[in-house]
Structure formats: structure tokens, C-alpha cells
Design a protein. Structure first.
Length: 212
């Protein structure tokens, strides 16, 4: 987790990247300021505790067969489902959390299941099937629906396939969510150099130097 003075550096870097890259979307910074593994893990653990508490309440409610408790059980079930969906939206940003993501999404009929599968296929080295699933997912969803990891990986796949401009849009969205990802920054720098976008390339190089 980024703490202390590192927070100020990170925020300055993040705002600098958002302000100077070609993507004009500053609202995203307020949605999740630290989309790194530490932040994701902390949020998932917090939600797991809430999930456990709700399950305990639900089990207790089921022991009493009254109209009030029946209604309360239904409410608790809805709350549990909502927490599980929140966990999914964090877990989908980490390869290590994908198994949890898949387990919670199973049977819910969520659109994000296709994104989860696309990432899982990529992780397994099945690039072609991964690209197809990503294309289907983004075909009916806007770029924001790819979150950090989905946009990072799909952007890279598109660029490798020669779809440079399309892939760049995904990488630029991903960097707004996680500006301290060195691999992502390296991919961005390479694309900017390929497109002769000197200003953007220099900004990314500055960010990489700050991050060491």
C-alpha cells in the first residue's frame, strides 16, 4: 500500500498523467485512487468480513419462521449478493484474485463474466481465444467497463495484433487507474515512440524515472 509522502508523489504523478495524455477523463481518479495489488487485497478482505457478518445474520434469521424474519432473510440475501458483486469488481483487477472472481460470479449471469473469462484465457496463454472474448465484451460495453487489468491486457493484445490506435486507447484508460504499473508504462512508452508522440513519451519516461 502506498502511504505517507509516497501518496503525494503518486497523486501528483497520476494527475500529471491524466492531464497530459490524450485521454480527457479526470472523473476516474475519484473512483479508485490506488488500483495496486495492496489496495485490491485490502478492499477484498474488508468486503469478505462484511460478507461473513451478513451470512451469520442470515443463518440466524432462517432459524425463526416468522413473516418478519422471512422478509429480513430476503433483504440479507440481496445485501450478500451486492457485496459479492463488489468483490468481483475489485477481484477482476488482479490475476491472483481471478479464482475468487470466477467463484463469486458463477450463476449470477453478470456481463463481467466474459471479461473474467477473457483474462483467465490470457493467463493460460490462450491469446487468440482471449482476444475474441475481449472483443465480444467490449463490443457491448464501453471502455470503462474493462477496469484496470482488462484494459491493460486487451490494449496490449490489440497493439500486438497491429491495432495500435485502438490498443492505445485501452492502455491510456488503464494508466489513469494505476499509474505505477511499470510494465504498463513501458508498453505505453513503446507505443508513443512508434507513433512519434514525443510529448507523451517524455511524460511516461518521467513517470518511470520517479517510480524507479
Amino acid at each position: 500500500m502506498i502511504i505517507g509522502k509516497a501518496v503525494d508523489i503518486y497523486r501528483k504523478l497520476q494527475m500529471d498523467m491524466i492531464g497530459k495524455l490524450s485521454v480527457e477523463n479526470e472523473d476516474i481518479i475519484n473512483e479508485c485512487p490506488f488500483f495496486d495489488e495492496g489496495y485490491i487485497s485490502a478492499q477484498i478482505e474488508r468486503l469478505k468480513k462484511e460478507h461473513e457478518r451478513l451470512l451469520i445474520e442470515l443463518n440466524a434469521s432462517k432459524q425463526v419462521d416468522t413473516e418478519y424474519e422471512i422478509k429480513r432473510s430476503a433483504t440479507l440475501n440481496n445485501q450478500i449478493n451486492a457485496v459479492e458483486v463488489k468483490i468481483i469488481h475489485y477481484a477482476v483487477n488482479s490475476f491472483s484474485a481471478l479464482p475468487l472472481c470466477k467463484k463469486l460470479a458463477d450463476g449470477k449471469g453478470l456481463k463481467i463474466e466474459k471479461l473474467i473469462l477473457a483474462l483467465d484465457e490470457y493467463k493460460a496463454g490462450k491469446i487468440d481465444s482471449s482476444q475474441k472474448l475481449f472483443a465480444e465484451y467490449f463490443g457491448s460495453s464501453n471502455i470503462e467497463a474493462g477496469y484496470f487489468l482488462g484494459n491493460k491486457i486487451y490494449g496490449h493484445i490489440l497493439i500486438e495484433a497491429g491495432k495500435t490506435r485502438e490498443g492505445l486507447a485501452h492502455l491510456e484508460h488503464a494508466v489513469q487507474l494505476r499509474v505505477n504499473d511499470i510494465e504498463l508504462l513501458a508498453w505505453l512508452k513503446e507505443v508513443y515512440e512508434t507513433l512519434d508522440m514525443r510529448f507523451e513519451s517524455d511524460r511516461v519516461e518521467e513517470a518511470m524515472k520517479i517510480l524507479g
